[in-house]
Design a protein around this ligand. Sequence first.
Ligand code: SAH
Length: 475
Amino acid sequence: MDYLPLFHNLNNRRVLVIGGGEIALRKVRLVQEAGAIITIVARDFCSDLLEMDAVDKQQGIGNLELIRAPYQQQHIHAQPDTVLVIAATNDAQINREVSQHAQAANMLANVVDDPGYSTVIFPSIVDRSPIQIAISSGGDAPVLVRLIRTQLESLFPAGMSKLAALAGRFREKVKAKFSNGADRKAFWEDVFNGPIAEQAYNNNIQTAERLLQDKLDTSTEFKTGEVYLIGGGPSDPDLLTFKALRLMQQADIVLYDRLVSKPVLNLVRRDATRIYVGKTAGDHSVTQDNINQKLVDYALKGYRVVRLKGGDPFIFGRGGEELEMLAEQGIPFQVVPGITAASGCASYAGIPLTHRDHAQSVRFIAGHHRSGKLDLNWPELIQPNQTLVFYMGLNGLEAICQQLQDHGLDATTPIALIEKGTSEHQRVFTGNLETLPDIVRAADAKAPTLIIVGTVVSLHNKLAWFNQDAVDNHE
Ligand code: SAH
């Protein structure tokens, strides 16, 4: 181990910073957040530091002092109760001198970006106070540290601070109730992995507190599960929300659809049981009632059930129907929105759905054929200055193009079909109402596909940015 991580209580302790630029500012902000009394020595101060000083004086806090002067060793001797000295000038030589002087005075020394001359280094911080995570590579790989930090940020919800604070308030009570350490541990694990934690993450602190009190009061434990209805996005796992990922990582059981991509499914907790409930056209082996019942049954057994759907669960996703039954049975649930296919495909095809020069509104339409007929309000769909997005329209493509023309839309109206949008297999076909059906047939496009109609499609040539090789090959 190259360094020993320690958490430094700087509250009301003296810190000396040498340097008055942006780099010094960053460190000053950090130590100020930790409650330090700060002296800054520099020839010049950036405007933010001057402003911080003004605020400090205005509010009579008195925790910040600026000394406009070139650095001299006496600045360190002047305040012998200083615990930490930070050298942040843009002169490496001066920084090193500062460090030597500080060490000679038995103070901790940090030289910004020069770990060799530091006795302490600043970690990268994920702050969910009172929970804090400090990450360091000892100066070897700062970019990697930043990546790790980003990943950790996504794993720990912002509401974790509140949960930790709530736990702090109950700590003594829980200790008093369970004399046995193992029981206490089990109690807290249950709290941090279940509905109480979820309530805190969702900023329902009073509910969380009540549930926690109830849990503490009832000695016999009672357990109901929860259902998370999660939008898995169109395909690219990078488009998942932090919340989706967090809940997927907690699942005991996952019921997923055909449209959920493999890379997304791979992010579900490894030990979770995966149940496929997708329907292929004409296959009714898993009916909707059947799915609803499964959700209820598993939740009543106390499992955390993830219902994972492609795109957004509330857009052509039957999410509402599944929740109604849960609501009737009093089973707690949450809904996590996902990027819907229209949004994902449009972005990844470089086709803005609205644009000041083209369309001021957009319609999402279910374009599937029922018994060979497309029953839609065509006169509304041919209105100018709007973009039409057809979901489930591959089989009906020809009929859609024909009907739009029959009702008055120009045959040259641009139209695009996006196959397997946002995935590495994405292909984008563009043409007009007359030409696109043949183009798509010749390319043998396969579901899932999304259709976009309107002059915004003309922007694709300029704005396409994703999977360009595939586009070049097939258009
Ligand atoms: N809830 C989903 C839509 C379900 S309906 C959502 O919000 O996206 C299924 C239709 O979504 C498909 O027929 C197709 O039109 C569209 N779709 C879903 N994922 C897609 C993708 N990756 N590429 C193109 N279309 C997609």
